[in-house]
Write a protein that binds this ligand. Structure first.
Ligand code: IFG
Length: 519
């Protein structure tokens, strides 16, 4: 009899366990527990949830059809739902996601949004379409990680209910990709843009020229790409973007509310141009193409007028292709340019950029020239130069190499990367505040932050994803979230919960030991 009882008990236990394990994943009901990056300004839970089904309608105010379609397109692959996008003047009673512009909440500024989720529907309001776009990134993060899959997934698509009010701390939240040391395809650049947009970044700086390669077609100076774009670090085949391809990248970024900033580095870091045109060299002789990784050995001939005609031609064609307000002229590590020549050179380059209706950005060395409130200085290496820029009324882009350089190794075991500035583990990249990092540089002096990826040791998308992720999520949060909600001990838990989501996004991220990854 005892055997019978024991057998019955075991069978019953197995059956109950099986039944409970078949239950769909617990629907999220506490909105405040949903891991979000960047962390919003405020989140309030109301304890129920909204279920997205194939009967949900995406409703939009007239003129917002594109944003509505973007949302429907992002939801389709994993859910299999082909959601209708309807133009309405008010939300229906149930089964809806409603996107509208209200314009009545100044606090939200141009990029903020309010997200109100109830059992019946989701209301998203903002002052500008950018805010709606960022609300959509939040909605995606509130859904199970499998929403990011490219194939249909089983499961309930539930959003915990409540209200999120959110807006960015800095208006300039970016990254930079060096496509000169190693060239990357249009497809790689677009994937980088997609991944930045998912974390509400809005500026993408393309380092288009350097000693090793010139990467943008300039019709008046064709050898820049046919010769100067023909190789890269290590001697590979290099490459370049035609003006049509560059325009395609710009539009792709614009559709995701990302501004492209093109950089033509000068007067140093110019060997690719000097190798392409003898007349740009003081001795009239073209240099050899360069495939090494030294810096600071090249300089435009600042005493020749043709140099400034060249710069005017390049900036003219680039400005015509760049709807964003900025052109970056570099100005870093001009060790082969005499200081008495460097300053007047930067002043003339600034005049040329401004003559084509653009705002000049320069690395922090350019602060020594006649700069002012109408241009930006990018702090990377010298805080004294940055303070000089502040004294002249310029705003700063914070890119301290010791905290934000994505080409820095995580630690001495990283398979690629450099460490001349620092080893930057995930925690090191997160635990800093641009507004307090350097005495004398305050929040009001800062337009925002940018995390540069230099590509001396980076050759493909896997390398990019290994160095950029997960650190980019931290820079996105530093740029967006108020310092009051930023704290490593809670961030690392949220970041750990993004492992599944980054896997679903097929991001080959570095599984740092400093993060408690939730598998
Ligand atoms: N400094 C150089 C980059 C690159 C970088 C690698 C700046 C502004 C070191 N200039 O960073 O060209 O070589 O970490």
């Amino acid at each position: 009899m005892q055997i019978l009882k024991l057998t019955f008990f075991c069978l019953a236990t197995v059956l109950v366990t099986f039944l409970f394990s078949c239950q769909p994943p617990e629907a999220p009901t506490d909105l405040t527990q949903a891991p979000l990056i960047p962390q919003p300004v405020s989140v309030e839970a109301t304890g129920t949830s909204f279920e997205l089904t194939d009967r949900t309608v995406v409703c939009v105010q007239e003129g917002l059809e594109n944003v509505g379609q973007y949302l429907a397109d992002k939801l389709a692959p994993a859910t299999g739902f082909e959601l209708a996008v309807k133009t309405v003047d008010k939300a229906p009673s149930k089964r809806y996601i409603y996107l509208s512009l209200s314009g009545d909440n100044a606090e939200l500024s141009n990029e903020g949004y309010e997200l109100a989720i109830s059992k019946n529907g989701v209301n998203i309001t903002a002052n500008q379409p950018a805010g709606l776009f960022y609300a959509i990134q939040t909605v995606l993060q509130l859904l199970p990680a499998s929403i990011e899959s490219g194939e249909k997934q089983a499961g309930l698509w539930k959003l915990a209910s409540g209200t999120i009010k959110d807006f960015p701390t800095y208006s300039f939240r970016g990254s930079m990709l060096d496509v000169s040391r190693h060239f990357f395809s249009v497809g790689d650049v677009k994937r980088y843009i997609d991944l930045m947009a998912a974390f509400k970044m809005n500026v993408f700086h393309l380092h288009l020229s350097d000693d090793q390669g010139w990467r943008i077609e300039i019709k008046k100076w064709p050898n820049l790409t046919t010769h100067g774009g023909s190789t890269e670090v290590g001697g590979g085949e290099g490459g370049f973007y035609t003006q049509e391809e560059y325009a395609d990248i710009v539009k792709y970024a614009q559709d995701r509310f990302i501004t492209i900033i093109p950089e033509i580095d000068m007067p140093g870091h110019t060997n690719a141009a000097l190798a392409s045109y003898p007349e740009l060299n003081c001795d009239g002789k073209a240099t050899e193409l360069y495939t090494g990784t030294e810096v600071g050995f090249s300089s435009f001939c600042t005493s020749k007028e043709i140099t400034y005609q060249f710069i005017d031609d390049v900036v003219s064609e680039l400005a015509a292709l760049t709807p964003g307000p900025y052109i970056h002229i570099g100005g870093d590590e001009s060790h082969a340019t005499k200081k008495e020549d460097y300053l007047p050179f930067v002043n003339r380059a600034k005049e040329i950029v401004e003559s084509h209706g653009k705002i000049m950005i320069g690395w922090d060395e350019t602060a020594q020239a006649e700069i002012g409130a109408n241009n930006l200085v990018q702090l990377w290496n010298n805080a004294d130069f940055a303070k000089e820029a502040v004294g002249k009324g310029a705003k700063l882009i914070m890119s301290p190499a010791t905290k934000s350089y994505l080409d820095m190794q995580y630690d001495s075991t990283s398979r690629i990367g450099l460490h001349w500035a620092a080893y930057i583990e995930v925690d090191t990249g997160y635990i800093w505040d641009p507004a307090t990092l350097f005495p004398g540089i305050e929040k009001e002096n800062i337009i925002g932050i940018e995390a540069p990826l230099w590509s001396e040791t980076v050759t493909n998308m896997d390398d990019i994803e290994y160095l950029v992720f997960p650190r980019l999520l931290g820079y996105a949060e530093i740029g967006w979230s108020p310092a009051t909600v930023r704290d490593w001990e809670t961030y690392k838990i949220r970041l750990g919960q993004f492992a599944e989501r980054m896997d679903a996004m097929e991001i080959g991220f570095y599984r740092s030991k400093s993060v408690p990854w939730a598998e």
